[in-house]
Ligand binder design. Structure first.
Ligand code: BTN
Length: 235
């Protein structure tokens, strides 16, 4: 599709109309109202990056385990970045930003639809900066900016989808411990002192991420448990 307001909004509308099969991908060259986490905007230059939404039906996932979907999608994007820019300093920033050298290269927005105790459908929105070189903000990067090379968008898309499929099958087959360990090992600040801010700035180390997605940080005086948006990383 050449242009649309937001691939996540389009996918949510299709889900609402029951007009989908699992694995449907909505992809566009340009979004006019791309959405990010916490109600933010997602801006991306037309034709230079990947902006897509994937529809999944993870009915095998119980609601308290829903963060596993964020973990596998983060790992799939992280692995794709690693495959494409092999020597880069790539990490996942909790809950699901992908960084290269502490700058954001990809963002993920997952919107779940719960039925009873399981996930009925999920819209997985991914914005991966590929060939864009100028962002107008300091803390963003792309595969091209960090490697000095230009990428074929179709080849990047193919790699990303194959990685998502492989991690999704891992999740479906219940390999939760393996996924958790892989996610933690790829996480910015895992067992490494980092600067964070709640009300005040403090130093701490991430020691765990619970199935619910809560972040566990060990600091000098106590162990903190944070929900989304309750803590900020000072990169
Ligand atoms: C974030 O804030 O980090 C999440 C960004 C998610 C952006 C993607 S681009 C494709 C999909 N459609 C949207 O409107 N948002 C997501």
């Amino acid at each position: 599709m050449p242009t649309c307001h937001s691939t996540n909004d389009m996918a949510l509308e299709m889900v609402r109309k029951h007009d989908t099969v699992e694995g449907t991908v909505i992809i566009t060259n340009e979004q006019t109202k791309g959405r990010g986490q916490r109600g933010n905007q997602w801006s991306s230059s037309a034709g230079e990056n990947l902006t897509l939404s994937l529809i999944l039906n993870p009915r095998f996932l119980k609601v308290p385990e829903q963060f596993y979907l964020n973990k596998i999608i983060s790992l799939a994007v992280f692995s794709s970045v690693h495959d494409l820019v092999p020597d880069c300093d790539c990490l996942i920033k909790w809950p699901n930003d992908i960084l290269i050298a502490n700058k954001k290269v990809a963002g993920i927005l997952i919107e779940n639809n719960v039925k009873g105790s399981t996930l009925e459908s999920s819209v997985v929105g991914i914005g991966l900066n590929v060939n864009q070189l100028n962002f107008g903000i300091l803390n963003a990067t792309s595969l091209a900016s960090s490697s000095g090379k230009e990428f074929n968008l179709e080849a990047v898309f193919e790699k990303l989808i194959l990685n998502i499929e492989s991690y999704y099958l891992k999740l479906k087959s219940g390999r939760l411990d393996e996924i958790k360990q892989e996610y933690l090992q790829s996480l910015y600040g895992y067992k490494v002192p980092i600067r964070l801010r709640e009300e005040y700035e403090f130093m701490g180390e991430i020691v765990d991420v619970e199935s619910s997605g809560h972040l566990i940080v060990s600091a000098k005086r106590k162990v903190h448990r944070f929900d989304f948006k309750e803590v900020e990383f000072l990169l």
